[in-house]
Design a protein around this ligand. Structure first.
Ligand SMILES: O=P(O)(O)OC[C@H]1O[C@H](O)[C@H](O)[C@@H](O)[C@@H]1O
Length: 556
């Protein structure tokens, strides 16, 4: 396909549009009776079972989606990504987060250089540094070991590491390696977040890791200055060198901030912020908490999916299948949202991370060529662990709007409990819901069934479930560091697949800039009004009134 041709102008797209009418004649209740179809719509890789038989799709739909993939040159685009080409064209950068978890002997080129060598240089440095902190050979300014780490960062410099940290917190191996240590995250510039982070912490035993790709993000830099002040006011300015380290691509600004360049951990412009959890952004704080060998397993898990994604035919390729199905749901069936429902409390921060990965990547209005798109891209991602979500927003999913759901389950619990006399173990109780919900959504409940159950006539409409609501189930054998890496990479690549199919640039984020620059104008005004009493100027009536009220009411 010539790159300037929109995917919506291609025959496979039009064919899929027409195919919606065929699917609208079906109901999942009936589709699920076709065992051959169900067999075809399951896939297994490395113990991970993907079941997408509850998608509103048939084998014919899949064939048509594969044709769409061809029309979108999906394979070529994946190859270009792995090949280090500058596929992030608006920033003229490669997109090589896969290199962050590649084995030491792999060769991945960007601009004629094997980046894997640089990656391992930093990983080795992290291992050495985290070992020295953990063993107590590196001590703080007063000679005490550093047991607490505060990772300061926001967006991609926060959400991924928080997800992985939360997922590892209950993993038996990680519990052992984290004993006696605490990892905290400071993201919001709201001073409440600082207060929460430092409550009960002693600067003498605290290490601050400032994480920022650009080292210019206003929130992170103010939070970093606030913690620098917290440390130096208590231990003296010289203590900063022992208590603050940094992760960034901008090592000049790191040094300007007063951090010893030896204590700076680099990454590169070919790592997008939201794809940076496998760089020092995640690896440093996580290694400090859990030790490098646990984090290495996480990287290996992600790498296993990278290999699978790169080399497996589309029919068996988990991220490709997931991406194609999401596109089918969004662009053809017209479902604008996606619920991410892990039946594991350890994955409670997974949906917030994927929100950034997906929505910042694919919420775009123009093609990679800059042509305004006649269709919408991206989806509204949200989610909560099951069963908590069931007691919250599932009502809407069952009887209100149709929202395709990802059910993510785990075979072996990280923390099994089986009480004497109970019918099932606690994990089986949880998983009963994981298995039941997709069928409730797919099959629904008929008025006739309700009649048979002698439900009063006036309640029948209220108790009827239309069903035919799509979902997919992903079952992991366990949830250790390796599996967590796999889960991350599956979703990262799925999002990329969707972007490649829509023909957009999933790796820039210009949409976050406007709000930032308007905040700069407000910041200047607040300073001028507070310090020089200058009147509010240059804002519309609404903002002027709000600012006046804010300044007047907080003038003391
Ligand atoms: O890592 P930093 O440079 O501080 O950036 C932190 C975040 O800020 C921006 O607003 C971007 O939208 C995010 O993609 C990024 O992750």
């Amino acid at each position: 396909m010539a790159s300037s041709v929109l995917i919506s102008d291609t025959e496979p797209w039009k064919d899929l549009k027409a195919h919606v009418a065929d699917i609208n004649k079906t109901h999942l209740r009936d589709l699920m009776n076709d065992i051959k179809r169900s067999q075809l719509m399951t896939n297994e890789f490395d113990g991970i079972l993907l079941d997408y038989s509850r998608q509103r799709a048939t084998p014919e739909t899949l064939e048509k989606l594969f044709k769409l993939a061809e029309a979108a040159s999906l394979k070529e685009k994946i190859n270009r990504m792995f090949g280090g080409e500058h596929i992030n064209s608006t920033e003229n950068r490669s997109v090589l987060h896969v290199a962050l978890r590649a084995p030491r002997d792999a060769v991945i080129q960007s601009d004629g250089k094997n980046v894997v060598t640089d990656v391992w240089e930093v990983l080795d440095k992290i291992q050495k540094f985290s070992d020295s902190i953990r063993s107590g050979s590196w001590v703080g300014a007063t000679g005490k070991a550093l047991k607490d780490v505060i990772a300061v960062g926001i967006g991609g410099s926060f959400l991924g590491p928080l997800f992985v940290h939360t997922a590892l917190q209950t993993d038996p191996e990680a519990i052992e390696t984290a004993r006696g240590r605490q990892l905290h995250f400071l993201a919001n510039v709201d001073p409440i977040d600082v207060a929460r982070n430092i409550a009960g912490l002693n600067p003498e035993t605290t290490l601050v890791v400032v994480v920022s790709k650009t080292f210019t993000t206003a929130e992170t830099m103010l939070n970093a200055r606030t913690l620098r002040e917290w440390i130096s006011s208590s231990l003296g300015p010289d203590a900063v060198a022992k208590h603050i380290v940094a992760v960034s691509t901008n090592l000049t600004l790191v040094e300007k901030f007063g951090i010893d360049p030896n204590n700076a951990f680099a990454f590169w412009d070919w790592v997008g912020g939201r794809y940076s959890v496998c760089s020092a952004v995640g690896v440093l704080p996580l290694s400090l908490q859990y030790g490098f060998s646990v984090v290495e397993k996480f990287l290996k898990g992600a790498s296993s999916i990278d290999q699978h994604f790169y080399s497996t035919p589309f029919e068996k390729n988990i991220p490709v299948l997931l991406g194609l199905l999401s596109l089918w749901n969004v662009s053809f069936l017209g479902y604008p949202a996606r619920a991410i429902l892990p039946y594991s409390q350890a994955l409670e921060k997974f949906a917030p991370h994927i929100q950034q990965v997906s929505m910042e990547s694919n919420g775009k209005g123009v093609s990679i060529e800059g042509v305004i798109l006649p269709f919408e891209t991206g989806e509204i991602d949200f989610g909560e662990p099951g069963t908590n979500g069931q007691h919250s927003f599932y009502q809407l999913i069952h009887q209100g709007r149709v929202i395709p759901c990802d059910f993510i389950g785990v075979v072996k619990s990280q923390q099994p409990v089986y009480l004497k006399g109970e019918v099932v173990s606690n994990h089986d109780e949880l998983m009963s819901n994981f298995f039941a919900q997709p069928d409730a959504l797919a099959y629904g409940k008929h008025p006739e069934q309700l009649q048979k159950e002698n439900v009063p006539k006036h309640l029948i409409p209220h108790k009827t479930f239309s069903g035919n609501r799509p979902s997919l189930s992903i079952l992991f054998p366990s949830l250790n560091a390796y599996n967590i890496g796999q889960l991350l990479a599956i979703y990262e690549h799925r999002v990329a697949v969707q972007g490649f199919l829509w023909g957009i640039n999933s790796f820039d984020q210009w949409g976050v800039e406007l709000g930032k620059s308007l905040a700069t104008q407000v910041r200047k005004q607040l300073n001028a009004s507070r310090t020089k009493g200058q009147p509010i100027e240059g804002f519309n009536y609404s903002t002027t009134t709000l600012l006046k009220k804010y300044l007047e009411a907080s003038s003391d």
